[in-house]
Structure formats: structure tokens, C-alpha cells
Design a protein around this ligand. Structure first.
Ligand SMILES: Nc1ncnc2c1ncn2[C@@H]1O[C@H](COP(=O)(O)OP(=O)(O)OP(=O)(O)O)[C@@H](O)[C@H]1O
Length: 223
């Protein structure tokens, strides 16, 4: 499902070069859930941005669902992402002028769902993450944790083949985080989505099939 070969990301700051990812190798199968842990600044967000095609590697190859990202134009990566990848990033990027239901419906409408059908599916997911009664509100009227849950619903609503999550439960209490884990279980079981979850939360990490630790630009298996 996901394969990285000799992935390198070097940041240049004037004359300085910082190698954040160094010949990194990673494989995730369909339906498999992987946690990525590592100290602050170890490159976890950098890795997620590369996997989602938001940033380009300095060298190396990323293959998702049989497609190599290298060589795709920005717009081709954009439409590939819409079809295959669900994202939860630290900044949620919800559309401010749309309600929670509309935000979660959007990826379905892009895929050709009718508005009513999309809204129904979106609402069911918002209910699953405990914000059903906030569905008619815009992001500015929601708390940080509520916005985060809307972003999680939006990432999962299309049953994407790959889900990328950066600290998905960072703002959430234990009970709410538990309901997110249950939803991830459902999605993984139903649609064989692969998950890559960056987290500092040991409970979230332990819930995945494998834990990979990012250290000195490489991934080592922990469990
Ligand atoms: N655009 C950039 N230009 C230069 N350096 C960058 C850039 N983005 C990230 N870095 C550096 O790359 C390193 C890895 O950053 P990254 O955000 O990937 O770490 P992280 O593991 O996600 O950290 P955290 O757990 O704190 O979120 C850091 O040293 C950071 O300062």
C-alpha cells in the first residue's frame, strides 16, 4: 500500500544543510496501522508531509497504491490525494465559511456524491466522534477539540486507502480519544485503510499494529 525507498529530505538554511530524513525505508500494507514516534524535531511531520505529497523529497521514492509520487505534477498529486489519502494535520484547515457537516461532506461531493447523500454520511460520522449536535456550526463556533474531531471525520468519510494523522488526539480527553480509536478500528476493518499515525501518546501508539521510532533520520521497529 505504501512504500518508501531511500527517502532523503535535506533542508537548506543558507550555507547550512540539515538532513532530517536519511535513506529512510518504510512499508505499510493495506489494512495495517503504524504509529510513528520520536523526539520533538526528529522529522515526523516532515515524513507525513512527504507521504501526503505536500512536500517533495530531496531523494528517494514514495509509492502509494501502486503509484509513484515522483514525477507527478502538483495538480496530479492533488487529485491523487483526493482519491486515495485522508489527512488529519495539526492545523485542521477546515473551511471557515462552511458548517461542520459541509466540511465533512466536501470530499464526498468532490467524488460525485449527491449533496443529501454526502450530508447524511457526514452527519453519521460526526455523531460517531461525538459532535453530531454541533454539525450546523461553523469552525469558528467550535472548540479546538471539536474542530479536531470534525477534521478526523472529514479524513475518514471517504474510506481512503491511506490515512495520515499528525497527533490526532492531541487536544482530546481520554474518553473522546477512545471513541476516535474505536472509529479507526472500524474504518480499518471495513475498508482495509492503512494508517500512519504520528503521536506522542503511548496509548494511541500501543493501539496500532506496529510502532516505528524515528531516530537520526531513520525508522527502527519498536514493536
Ligand atoms: N521548512 C523547513 N526549513 C528548515 N528546517 C525545517 C523545516 N521544517 C522542519 N525543519 C526542521 O526539521 C526538523 C524536523 O522537523 P519536524 O517538524 O518534521 O519534526 P517533528 O518530529 O514533527 O517534531 P514535533 O514532534 O516537535 O512536531 C526540525 O529540526 C525542524 O526545525
Amino acid at each position: 500500500m505504501l512504500e518508501c525507498r531511500q527517502l532523503v529530505r535535506i533542508y537548506r538554511e543558507g550555507p547550512q544543510e540539515v538532513t532530517v530524513l536519511d535513506q529512510l525505508e518504510m512499508t505499510v500494507s493495506a489494512g495495517e496501522r503504524v504509529a510513528v514516534v520520536g523526539s520533538s524535531g526528529s522529522g515526523k511531520t516532515t515524513l507525513l508531509n512527504l507521504l501526503g505529497g505536500l512536500d517533495r523529497p530531496t531523494a528517494g521514492e514514495i509509492r502509494i497504491a501502486g503509484q509513484t509520487l515522483e514525477g507527478l505534477s502538483e495538480s496530479a498529486i492533488g487529485s491523487f490525494r483526493n482519491r486515495h489519502i485522508g489527512f488529519v494535520y495539526q492545523f485542521h484547515h477546515l473551511l471557515a465559511e462552511f458548517t461542520a457537516v459541509e466540511n465533512v461532506s466536501m470530499p464526498l461531493i468532490i467524488r460525485g456524491y449527491r449533496r443529501n447523500e454526502a450530508a447524511e454520511k457526514a452527519m453519521a460520522l460526526l455523531e460517531r466522534v461525538g459532535v453530531g449536535e454541533r454539525g450546523r456550526h461553523k469552525p469558528g463556533e467550535l472548540s479546538g477539540g471539536e474542530r479536531q474531531r470534525v477534521a478526523i471525520a472529514r479524513a475518514l468519510v471517504t474510506d481512503p486507502s491511506l490515512v495520515l494523522m499528525d497527533e490526532p488526539t492531541g487536544n482530546l480527553d481520554q474518553t473522546t480519544a477512545g471513541s476516535i480509536l474505536a472509529l479507526m478500528d472500524d474504518v480499518a476493518a471495513r475498508s482495509r485503510s492503512a494508517f500512519v499515525v504520528v503521536t506522542h501518546d503511548r496509548r494511541i501508539a500501543a493501539h496500532q499494529d506496529r510502532i516505528l521510532t524515528l531516530d537520526h533520520g531513520r525508522l527502527a521497529s519498536e514493536a
